[in-house]
Design a protein around this ligand. Structure first.
Ligand SMILES: CCC1=C(C)/C(=C/C2=NC(=C\c3[nH]c(/C=C4\NC(=O)[C@H](C)[C@H]4CC)c(C)c3CCC(=O)O)/C(CCC(=O)O)=C2C)NC1=O
Length: 177
């Protein structure tokens, strides 16, 4: 498999020219830098994003922590936090690649059935993912007021990726709903 750089070189060589698609390659690097920044925003704040979402979910739905609730017992709470972490990690892979196939195949495939079999409440799980989405989008736009970050690209350059990121969270909600 050839990467975008190798392909440009092969194309130029086959017509005996210098590499001409430099603007295209610059765009490719700039897009890659934005993706790295976006993933960095998410990964550096992952534990904050996950714990805030699970806490918010619990506050909105108190029965969850009561006997019989979805996160009653520390074992279930730990599994829930871990699931939030897993989902966020697979979304970060999708953001990096610009492609959701790894997220779909390795994380979401069968998750709805797993949750149904275990009695994990899907509506609450979807709500936690929704809170993670709001937080992740704020981080990608670098508008999280308490946590401004220094980035490779110009400030605001990742905004174009925010809707793509939001779409991956929506895909998770759709898969488990
Ligand atoms: C490949 C990637 C991957 C995924 C996606 C995954 C999910 C996953 N979550 C599980 C359990 C679980 N998931 C939750 C999650 C929650 N409970 C709630 O009330 C909330 C709504 C929610 C958190 C937001 C809980 C509580 C369990 C344990 C359920 C039980 O054992 O009773 C299980 C069953 C096995 C286990 O407990 O470890 C799997 C396989 N595992 C993986 O390896």
């Amino acid at each position: 498999m050839l990467d975008k750089f190798s392909r440009s070189v092969v194309a130029a060589d086959s017509s005996g020219k210098f590499v001409e698609d430099l603007e295209g390659l610059k765009g490719f690097i700039s897009d890659g830098n934005k993706r790295l920044d976006a993933v960095n925003f998410i990964a550096s704040n992952a534990s904050c994003i996950v714990s805030d979402a699970v806490a918010g979910m619990c506050c909105e739905s108190e029965g969850l922590t009561a006997p019989g609730g979805g996160v009653y017992t520390t074992r279930k709470m730990a599994a829930c936090l871990r699931d939030g972490d897993i989902v966020l990690r697979y979304i970060s892979y999708a953001v990096l690649a610009g492609d959701a196939s790894v997220l779909n195949d390795r994380c979401l495939n069968g998750l709805k059935e797993t949750y149904a079999a275990l009695g994990v409440p899907a509506g609450n799980a979807a709500r936690a993912v929704g809170i993670m989405k709001a937080a992740a989008v704020a981080f990608v736009n670098n508008t999280a007021s308490q946590r401004k970050m220094t980035v490779t690209e110009q400030s605001g350059a990742c905004n174009a990726l925010a809707s793509e990121v939001a779409g991956y969270f929506d895909a998770v909600v759709n898969a488990i709903s």
